[in-house]
Design a protein around this ligand. Sequence first.
Ligand code: G3I
Length: 464
Amino acid sequence: MDNMLARTGGRPARRGPRVALASVVVGLSAVATTMAMASGANAGTTLGASAAEKGRYFGTAVAANKLSDTTYVGILNREFNSVTPENEMKWDATEPSQGQFSFTSADRIVNHARANGMQVRGHALAWHSQQPGWAQNLAGGALRQAMLNHVTQVATYYRGKIHSWDVVNEAFADGGTGARRDSNLQRTGDDWIEAAFRAARAADPTAKLCYNDYNTDGQNAKSNAVYAMVQDFKARGVPIDCVGFQSHFNSASPVPADYQANLQRFADLGVDVQITELDIEGSGQTQADNYGRVVRACLAVARCTGITVWGIRDTDSWRASGTPLLFDGNGNKKPAYTATLDALNGGATPPPSTPAPSTPAPSTPPPSGGCSATVALNSWNGGFVATVRVTAGSSGTGGWAVAVTLPGGATVTNTWSARATGTSGAVTFRNVEYNGRLAAGATTEFGFQGTGAGPTAAPTCTAS
Ligand code: G3I
């Protein structure tokens, strides 16, 4: 897809065939990034063209009933090369009566997209919300069967026309538990998510299959739980290709400091990552700066393949009063639009007030040999997430081991981007295959989650 986008000058080649936003933010230094800088001559003049120059798509949520609004369609056709039906592919819209499918509204969007060379994100096959009444009244085996039939029928109908499917949406609970969200689907058994992914793959082997959620944009208990699920799916061969980060931000739920690092750790599991429902409440330069940060974070992660904003004009938004989008109610470009385009073109210097994702770690200077490690801790009552930054000394590393001492009663329950020996007391974390070899001064990050209190003593790092 990415090459196809690049070759078609901003349009993808046609293919044949009220959230709780409080999130836990981990304070950590962002990893050093290498951001491709486009030459001025190559800089695109629309969101889609500029994203395509970076091998990405830039999409928007679309409502079928707005396709007769000429201002709306003018912006859509000019700026975007991907669309997501905002509501029209959901279960209540596509199967209002059991076994009777209705694709009229969704088809309007898909046909418009294909006629204008845009790709389509399918949203969403299995979700606890926006279920038709008949499904809400089912349980157990009957519901499981109905859900799988729905996934199969809808994905089959659109086979070959969908770039990425949100196969399962919002299946994890908010808060610090990392538990699955209670729902009628969840009550059919823990394996409902993988069953949905298997059914989607069988129905449309050409679409990328995504898990999509909100409040997973930084490292926290919820995103750690999604991470563990994806890791498990990859290990067991459950078909999953991508993870969607909805990225609904406002002052209560700002762009996390570790947004880029969080995208990267998922990408390191071997899946694409996509920003799927971006909107940022606010106005003026502050809002613009935040949009710039999000775009730069995606560009700095090789497997971040595209960005979708959740609507076109502020007045089109599901939370219009927060003016969270790139165009005002009259369709004029906002400062957020300019910052987004500048970031896509790679030419804008982050404003000094903005904690740029590429800010180098203010950590201990690299040692002359060996390696050093620092820990950023996010704790809550009864648990913690530790993000550890490893910095190679002047000789570089062929591998590394970081020794951490946990307080009494603390237990490591989950580790990413490292292998742990031990779960309590003195625990040693060693590199995995891809992050052991570091050039002099280079850094990498790993993390672990635990119950009890997090480590307070400084870690020690040994290079090999
Ligand atoms: O179409 C009817 C209209 O006929 C009726 O008069 C009106 C009365 O309320 O309702 C209209 O339907 C509304 C629909 O949006 C279309 O505007 C629904 O009530 C309303 O619930 C629905 O809201 C959607 C919401 O999902 C439902 O959960 C939003 O448009 C949509 O933006 C939002 O999108 C979700 C993503 O799917 C998943 N992630 C979160 C995101 C934001 O909540």
